[in-house]
Design a protein around this ligand. Sequence first.
Ligand code: NDP
Length: 452
Amino acid sequence: MSFDFDLFVIGAGSGGVRAARFAAGFGAKVGIAESRYLGGTCVNVGCVPKKLLVYGAHFHEDFEQSAGFGWTYEDVKFDWPTLISNKNREIHRLNGIYRNLLVNSGVTLLEGHAQLRGAHAVEVDGQRFTAKHILIATGGWPQLPDIPGKEHAITSNEAFFLDQLPRRVLVVGGGYISVEFASIFHGLGAETTLLYRRELFLRGFDRSVREHLRGELSRKGVNLQFNADIARIDKQADGTLSATLRDGRALEADCVFYATGRRPMLDNLGLESVSVELDERGFIKVDETYRTSEQSIHAIGDVIGRVQLTPVALAEGMALARHLFRPDEYRPVDYRLIPTAVFSLPNIGTVGLSEDEARSAGHRVKIFESRFRPMKLTLTESQERTLMKLVVDADSDKVLGCHMVGPDAGEILQGIAVALKAGATKQVFDETIGIHPTAAEEFVTLRTPVGA
Ligand code: NDP
């Protein structure tokens, strides 16, 4: 049977574009459909614009701290519409780059909504195509709890396009997006309250990291409310939002921002025409080669709900393209030791096991920690402190986890992740010469365990 395409990809986000380009590079005839924006969540309403806003928020502290170095300014002002329009211009440029990358690699780009019409068929805005393989890479979408007044709340999708910076913001959730946006809103000048339903945010991260960030955010003036959750939101006549908490308290705000996780984007996808099974959380179920329960259909990225990170989707896209079209070169994605950063202010960088995870996995651990005031702040009023922590297996000396809260934590942890992937022991860290004076050198000068 002959098909219009060897591979048809639904969704031109990080994973879909990577799979499409690699497959085309391997000589496959590839089509890709995108109904919203090229580059997906990461480029349009995720990693990239978020990082730009984080940079914007950081200037607040930079201006304040520069006084210690002799700088004075008059009339420092921040203009949200300027930041947003410059950000939009940059995203538009990146959309163009994505278009060129696809077209130049020979992929047929269809800008429209794709629906499955069987195991080998897809329809894009009324046009039908057949394909030997279909890849679902439709990503995720913010999800909000079903509370009265949820229509008054926004998510990250809308926050990137607000006309004005709200004066008072309630941020709900205790994951990546909530701490990042709490830092952004606060840094840019909004009165910011973060509400999280349990005792301490960033569940799953190392406890020292979570506690350290709690201290730093509170010191900066973010109002942290733990064991707090919103039961309903009402809009008053003047537009003010009133959030009633489950414990009966009421908080007023101009914006209620929810970051309570993301669901798979399967809306209107035509899944009823195929036998693609979902897991108990509603994500697409795949085997180790990303094959769904429908033999000809694969899925990667956020829609499979494994690890919702862009670099993971990229790795999955490459692995799948090789698996389908260059099987000799196929190497499965290694999901161990995935480094990650949270771009809160200060940043978190982490790779490997938290102390609790290491202990629960049966390791006898040695913990090395350093807490210090970064050199850059010594001439300033800022009391911000950096945390660095190594979790080491006491028997093998292998470094199991590495965690940091402080400036450039993401940048620093990328290199450390290579060391951990290579199986570095604490002795290897100790024998590595530091780069002086940096914060990162602390990781190779931690001598005395703080706990065992
Ligand atoms: P997360 O899954 O990280 O966090 C969701 C948070 O919302 C948790 O604290 C959770 O609480 C809470 N929550 C869930 N449901 C409810 C509810 N019904 N009521 C109140 N609170 C609730 O989701 P995010 O939305 O922050 O981010 C989605 C994913 O995107 C992340 O997991 C991450 O993989 C990715 N991401 C990565 C970034 C990066 O690499 N820097 C940046 C942004 C996103 P509980 O702990 O109790 O479950």
